[in-house]
Design a protein around this ligand. Structure first.
Ligand SMILES: C[S@@+](CC[C@H](N)C(=O)[O-])C[C@H]1O[C@@H](n2cnc3c(N)ncnc32)[C@H](O)[C@@H]1O
Length: 376
């Protein structure tokens, strides 16, 4: 395997040379490495440097080149174990561990078997595509923190409906707010895998990007914490004819009629309906960011600022789609937000789309803000 040296954050390591001519170069080499996931990894390094208490130890359960574990050990000073079930990955990780000079434990196991036998303070699941087959093991093997990446965005967002239902036992819908639905479908799935062990989930920093969803969660022991988590799972009821939607907490979606066009609302979920970020932690991350050596610092800064501003509501309006529905041309996003604020409603941008607006105002407030942008 031909190798090339790469630098991420302040960590240097080797990755396989990839074939740039193939449609997905990271898949062309014997061991996987995707440079485009640097922001995902930077976010976790920043998170681990800021979260309190600091993880006592960290398992990179699916190491590949070992980049995540190498970086957490080298840049955060946390004791790390790296695991992979592929022997070629193990050989490369061994070389990378020697190169960084960090004292890292290396294991060659199936992550599910490993997590059935041992616990780690923080467990990071970063598989190919869906994390669904690994989350139960993660829920058992993580003492305090569980981190999960999903790159199967089409099943989670409702574009591949049946795959989404099989993996997550949820019914997504390909709406204009699919990025939010995907993130909250994943979060509700992980929460359900955790609560069966009488443990609860507290989302600390969760985000949705074009090609992946990423969760950083705190796990809490006890039936009470599990019940509080269960109470945050529910549905968004969407009108099939107009943009109206409402939240419906609980295990079984209500049968409700759209107050605008009388069509029966369609349930999307189960979804996580609670907050997805800890704002005090976001503030610490933003503050620390400047002093960190991170390649995606600018993008992360913008992402954290947007997550800080973003409302906790579980759906948003794409205001361009909304304007199309109203048959008017869309005003500037700042103007729409200002109108909503002026009318007395909380409203924000979203962190994954330049045209997304969240508001606690009723549908009519959006109609007013888009149709009459100069009224206020
Ligand atoms: C997407 S790659 C990991 C990428 C890496 N974390 C990074 O940031 O570059 C997935 C890795 O999981 C490993 N893997 C797949 N199934 C596994 C299992 N059941 N147990 C342990 N490792 C597994 C694969 O060998 C592969 O190296």
């Amino acid at each position: 395997m031909d190798l090339i040296e790469v630098m991420e954050g302040s960590t240097a390591f080797f990755v396989p040379v990839q074939d740039a001519q193939t449609s997905f170069p990271p898949g062309s080499a014997a061991v996987f490495f995707n440079r485009k996931m640097e922001l995902n990894r930077d976010a976790t390094v920043l998170f681990c440097s800021c979260v309190e208490p600091t993880p006592k130890d960290y398992l990179d359960a699916m190491g590949a080149t070992g980049v995540r574990g190498l970086r957490v050990a080298h840049e955060c000073g946390i004791p790390v174990t790296i695991n992979d079930r592929d022997l070629r990955a193990i050989e490369l990780i061994q070389k990378n561990i020697e190169y960084t000079g960090c004292a890292i434990e290396l294991l060659h196991r199936d992550a599910r078997a490993l997590l059935s036998e041992r616990q780690f303070d923080a467990v990071d699941l970063d598989p190919f595509g869906t994390p669904a087959p690994f989350v139960d093991a993660g829920a058992r093997g993580a003492r305090r923190y569980l981190f999960v990446t999903a790159t199967d965005t089409a099943p989670l967002c409702g574009a591949h409906l049946k795959a989404g239902m099989r993996r997550y036992f949820a019914r997504p819908m390909n709406t204009e707010y699919h990025a939010e639905v995907g993130l909250r479908t994943l979060l509700s799935f992980v929460a359900r895998e955790v609560i069966k062990y009488d443990r609860g989930v507290e989302p600390l920093f969760c985000c949705s990007r074009e090609h992946f969803f990423r969760l950083h969660l705190r796990l809490k022991d006890g039936a009470r914490a599990a019940d509080q988590t269960l109470a945050r799972i529910g549905y968004v009821l969407q009108c099939p004819k107009c943009p109206y939607r409402e939240e419906s907490p609980g295990m079984i979606p209500e049968r409700t009629i759209c107050p605008h066009c009388n069509a029966p609302l369609e349930p999307i979920g189960p979804l996580w309906l609670g907050a997805i970020n800890d704002h005090a932690l976001l503030a610490r991350m933003q503050e620390r960011l400047d002093a960190m050596e991170l390649g995606t610092k600018k993008e992360l800064d913008k992402l954290i600022a947007l997550c800080t501003e973003e409302l906790d509501t579980s759906s948003y309006y794409d205001y361009h789609v909304f304007a199309q529905w109203l048959k008017v041309s869309p005003p500037e996003i700042g103007v729409v937000l200002e109108q909503l604020h002026e009318a007395g409603y909380a409203a924000s941008r979203v962190h994954y789309s330049g045209t997304g607006i969240k508001t606690e105002g009723p549908l009519i407030s959006m109609i007013d803000a888009i149709r009459n942008p100069t009224m206020f």
